[in-house]
Design a binder for this molecule. Structure first.
Ligand code: F6P
Length: 326
């Protein structure tokens, strides 16, 4: 078992609230164990460009509550190529880095996995994405904050929807995953929820809206994941308006506000536990795993299995939505 002495931490892919808390945990746990800890700016792009700097305990002071990432983030096409990874590894060697913690999504883990195989450098992944769509963990860093931001916004929209007797079609993030839509929709009492995982016939929704209209239930909220099978909120609203022109319909796209803001308590704790566990794993000689949380216990999954989890949405939940919104 190789002993690690110099580790690097980076944030990669789309940012997620709580990434800073995770960086802080990695840095402080590393320093506690007398490791030298480096920060890589802009994810793999910074690794390729040698934007690698030593971090001290005070470098991560006052960031646990901040959204975004002090290390910045980027998506880096060159890292998909073997040449790009070789260049990145050369730069890591310049700093004698012998262990890496990558905070990001499945694409970031894939890059880490390839580099660890090619250059025998241990890599640990931490799931940081608002989408919660990674296998091997019940929660990802940023999901709780993003979903609470969506809930807050949808509650406000319901106030005005109620005042005007309107139908709102609200789009939340989730290009490939419907967790934000499902969780925010259930917790705001949405009448319908549309996700990328389940095909919901817009015709059924239209019939339901017409039934509601006959019952004088005129306030309806449809929460649509941006990647829903039927399309985004604009498309869904267009179909509804064609069949129900009498309904006063509005569209709201929540967009990137879901990615920002101060992380919730749950995300800060999750990020702290995961960052701490990542360094412990490197010290124990564990490599090429993602740190996950399963039944509130830290669990390690091989990086190559920490891929996008698509089919975890429980269809029973959608049935429940129908019953509770009736
Ligand atoms: O991966 C998280 C995510 O928020 C997706 O839900 C969304 O489709 C995507 O990022 C947006 O990415 P970008 O900020 O690059 O437009």
């Amino acid at each position: 078992m190789k002993k690690v002495s110099n580790i690097a931490v980076l944030t990669s892919g789309g940012d997620a609230p709580g990434m800073n808390a995770a960086v802080r945990a990695v840095v402080r746990t590393g320093i506690y164990h007398q490791l030298n800890v480096y920060g890589v700016m802009y994810g793999y792009r910074g690794m390729l460009k040698n934007e690698i700097f030593p971090l001290e305990s005070k470098s991560v002071a006052n960031i646990i509550q901040r959204g975004g990432t002090i290390l910045k983030t980027a998506r880096c096409k060159e890292f998909y190529e073997a040449e790009g990874r070789a260049q990145a590894y050369e730069n890591l060697k310049k700093h004698n880095i012998d262990g890496i913690v990558v905070i990001g999504g499945d694409g970031s883990f894939n890059g880490a996995y390839k580099m660890s195989k090619e250059f025998d450098i241990p890599c640990i992944g931490l799931p940081g994405t608002i989408d919660k769509d990674i296998a091997g963990t019940d929660f990802t860093i940023g999901f709780d904050t993003a979903v609470n931001t969506a809930v807050d916004a949808i509650d406000k929209i319901r106030d005005t929807a109620d005042a005007h007797d309107r139908l709102f079609v609200i789009e939340v993030m989730g290009r490939d995953a419907g967790y934000i839509a499902l969780h925010s929709g259930i917790s705001t009492g949405a009448e319908h929820i549309m996700t990328p995982e389940h095909l919901i016939d817009v015709q059924d929704i239209i019939e339901d809206l017409q039934t509601n209209e006959r019952r004088r239930k005129l306030v309806n909220i449809i929460v649509v994941a941006e990647g829903s099978i039927a399309g985004g909120a604009e498309e869904v609203a267009r179909m509804v308006k064609t069949s129900c022109p009498q309904l006063d319909t509005r569209v709201t796209i929540l967009g990137h506000i879901q990615r920002g803001g101060s992380p919730t308590c749950q995300d800060r704790i999750l990020a702290s536990r995961m960052g701490y566990a990542a360094v412990e794993a490197l010290l124990n000689g564990t490599s090429n795993v993602m740190v996950g949380i399963v039944n509130n216990k830290i669990q390690y999954t091989p990086l190559e299995q920490a891929i996008k989890a698509k089919e975890h949405l429980d269809p029973e939940w959608l049935k429940m939505v129908k019953i509770l919104a009736s």
